[in-house]
Ligand binder design. Sequence first.
Ligand SMILES: Cc1ncc(COP(=O)(O)O)c(C=O)c1O
Length: 405
Amino acid sequence: MSQMESLFTPFMKTFEGYSIGKTLSLLKDPDIISFAGGLPSPDVFPNEFIRAAADRSLREGCREALQYSAVPGEKSLIEAIIDFLGRDGIRLSPENVVITTSGQHGLDLVGRLFLSPGDVIVTDLPTFGGALAAFEMEDPAYASVDIEEDGSNVEGLAAAIEESIERGRKPKFIYVVPDFQNPSGITMSLEKRRAVLALAVKYGLPLVEDSPYRDLRYRGERVPSIFSLDENRGNVIGLYTFSKILCPGLRVGFNIGPAAVVEKFHFIKSANLLNTPKFNQDLCTAFLREYDVEAHFRKSREYYTEKLRFFLGAMEENFPPEMGVTWTKPEGGLFLWVTVPEKIDTAELLRLAIQEKVAFIPGEAFYPKGRVQRNHMRVNFSFPTREQIVEGVKRLSQAVRKMSA
Ligand SMILES: Cc1ncc(COP(=O)(O)O)c(C=O)c1O
């Protein structure tokens, strides 16, 4: 260990960051068909509109567009977001919104606000790996229960909360991704949204609702957000991002919640990222105010519906029932959750899959330490082309067959 490394904090000496990032760094070979990343397809980015809005912003107001901006975010964007969320039954004032430098930053703000080392977070298993990575910075513990087909196992979570309280550790918040969860693709039913909210209220825990995929529903009825079900009683913190509904490269998102919580988010933001690029915020404002957002969502939904249908077809073809492989059939979002026979460790399977020139994210990335389940994988269906899906799913099936042999 170098002298400098010996000075790292004890936590940082072992911290290895976002495990998905490590998997992605293995995929340099261009012949590998990757179902690993969570990439939206650039085929649906509104490129022409963004180009024109960027051009106009720089022509009309370079001096402002390239300047620092306010820590809470641009007023014009906050107002556009308030109107945008109004269509989803959410009523907000500007003090309920902070602009974040993407969803990952939104998660970081939550972790920093509520967690001290050892504090307990209530989650589904699996849950979003990026959230685990953001929260891990605060060295938390987890009270977690396997997710069910219609979302959180609410009774199980209640028991986990009770158990944690008995051990003298009242949890700090509940974290859920109710719409087409990353990684499982599972959607929480209305009944369960109400029940999880009731649980949060009963135990006085903030309910953190992370919802990047809400507008990417391909079938079934839209289910109200938990934030809207709470009717502004102040029990829910909502996390949103433009990454999946517009494009991820701008790195703009927003957290919503009670004014006192949002004010603290401003303080934390002032100490870590300071501000979100004004130029990028202005492009998001233009998107919400000037673009036909509903038509854009319709186009994205049509595009991804087709990709999902195609991917599911390839799965049916290449994984006959005797292989003992199952997968979720999501109503939206970008991912399928694939379960292989228990004897297969998907981290090992990935090594073999890379030799077969196909990749996915091993399920272990979506479990907190000590709770890892090894026979699952997350596959992304939105980014690969049809040809890549046909070939990639075939290669994946070959890898599973080899591993099962
Ligand atoms: C559930 C969830 N939350 C947050 C994020 C982070 O979003 P961003 O790319 O805007 O940082 C993602 C991205 O994949 C996600 O799936």
